[in-house]
Design a protein around this ligand. Structure first.
Ligand SMILES: Cc1cc2nc3c(=O)[nH]c(=O)nc-3n(C[C@H](O)[C@H](O)[C@H](O)COP(=O)(O)OP(=O)(O)OC[C@H]3O[C@@H](n4cnc5c(N)ncnc54)[C@H](O)[C@@H]3O)c2cc1C
Length: 419
């Protein structure tokens, strides 16, 4: 589905498609005159938590789509609407990459505003930690370049603080060489889900620091339900296969672990497009500290087609590794506290059962969440430490005192924090 059709489906007072920073500033000024809030729209993937947009001005930033790679400096300069596929393919031509997510069509900027957990995260860390500078138009209409020297506070907030500090027209992103990469999937019939989850969770406790894996119990629209392990590592396939030994010895019916590169891997294993014009899906997410044999058994039961919770995907991602270490000089989100991420997706009619499943499994964590996987507005108290919330709230008061920019996960302002 092309983006213009999606943005045209969302109700709005007005749609604007600025092509220059000056035009962005003009849209913001017009919104203020009309007393309307503005929603920045790049791909629309992150819009669902905003809900009703009918009294908002939708700002389509798709004109900001340039990708420029400086291989010598290992930097990418990208427009605010660039998607992961475009950046990873361009960087890949120079043997470089950035901490990409699991969907090729997600916007790099929107992803990084919420942190960014992806297919190589235990090796590459959070997406937002790779931001080195941003050019943005702040709600007062000023066009500014922000880096660690020019405005340390705003620079801190832009790295994982949840967005809403301005309209980002371009980002400068640090790139990392990946001379070698292996990846692929192992798949079993869904009846093996408990065995796979139990062995995987035990294995994951000792897994090498830079091997990133996730288990997905999936029920595709056609074909059999499967238990799938997705795996990547920055080394040859033979070595990754050896790392995955305990899982491979469970005799998967499919084993595609092979030498690859980030662009090829992302194109092959990207998440399916979610058609946001369809009735809304149901989503649940919570971070977990552990996946015990009991948790594995419960998750496997919830993922069964006939008797489970109705989700079409029950996913547990292994976090830790570089995600757990504070990024040097990191921003508002500089690590993830939680060893695993649970994510469920299903049809609206499964919402109640899925909420129950997530609630049961949340006993294996501390109720923490990760912003990008929260598909409804739930506040940020579970996603950030209190001190970070306070600092972000102060910055919102300073940068956008009227709340001109609406965004998926607004923060409770400091004046209302105690309420
Ligand atoms: C299929 C799918 C897979 C996903 N996989 C992952 C994953 O692996 N890891 C992960 O961490 N997240 C993942 N996400 C979540 C995703 O990162 C967030 O939904 C993110 O907000 C999407 O950004 P977007 O620009 O694509 O979406 P949009 O809906 O266009 O933008 C969402 C919001 O981000 C902000 N924003 C975006 N661009 C700009 C800009 N240039 N300037 C200012 N604000 C901006 C705005 O507040 C905007 O309203 C996934 C989402 C989907 C739908």
């Amino acid at each position: 589905m092309s983006m213009p059709s999606l943005i045209n489906i969302l109700p709005a007072v007005a749609r604007k498609a600025p092509e220059t920073p000056e035009e962005v500033a003009a849209v913001l000024a017009e919104a203020r005159r009309l007393d309307r809030r503005v929603v920045v729209f790049s791909t629309g993937h992150g819009i669902p938590p905003i809900g009703d947009t009918s009294d908002r001005i939708l700002m389509d930033i798709s004109a900001f789509d340039q990708v420029e790679i400086d291989p010598a400096a290992r930097i990418a300069r990208i427009g605010g609407a660039v998607q992961w596929r475009e950046l990873i393919e361009a960087a890949g031509e120079h043997g470089l990459t950035a901490p990409f997510g699991s969907a090729a069509s997600v916007g790099v900027t929107g992803y990084m505003m919420g942190g960014g957990i992806g297919f190589m995260s235990r090796h590459l860390g959070l997406g937002c930690s790779s931001i080195r500078a941003a050019q943005l138009v702040t709600p007062d209409g000023q066009y500014r370049r922000i880096d660690s020297g020019s405005d340390p506070d705003l620079f801190w907030a832009l790295r994982g603080g949840g967005g809403g500090f301005g309209v980002i027209t371009s980002l400068e992103v640090n790139l990392t060489p990946v001379p070698q990469m292996a990846g692929g999937v192992l798949a079993w019939g869904i009846e093996d889900a408990e065995r796979v989850l139990t062995v995987w969770s035990e294995w994951s406790r000792q897994a090498p620091e830079d091997v990133t894996t996730a288990v997905r119990l999936v029920q595709p629209p056609e074909g059999p339900a499967l238990a799938v392990v997705v795996a990547t590592a920055p080394r040859p396939a033979g070595q990754l296969s050896a790392d995955l030994g305990p899982l491979i010895s469970l005799n998967p019916m499919l084993n595609t672990i092979s030498n690859t590169d980030p662009a090829a891997f992302l194109n092959e294993y990207t998440d399916p497009e979610i058609d946001t014009t369809e009735p809304p899906h149901a989503f649940e997410h919570v971070l977990l500290d552990t996946v015990t044999p009991q948790a594995a058994q419960l998750a496997a039961e919830f993922g069964q087609p006939a008797t489970g919770c109705g989700a079409i995907m029950v996913e547990i991602r292994h976090l830790g590794g570089a995600l757990a270490r504070p990024a040097p000089g990191g921003g508002a989100m500089d690590r993830i506290e939680g060893e695993y991420s649970l994510f469920l997706m299903g049809p609206p009619e499964a919402a109640e059962k899925m909420a129950h499943a997530a609630d049961v499994l949340s006993d294996f964590g501390r109720g923490r969440t990760y912003l990008n996987f929260m598909q409804r507005r739930t506040g940020r108290q579970t996603a950030y430490p209190e001190e970070t919330i306070g600092r972000l709230a102060d910055l919102y008061e300073a940068v956008d005192p009227e709340g001109l920019l609406d965004h998926p996960h607004p923060i409770v302002r400091r004046s209302r924090l105690a309420v």
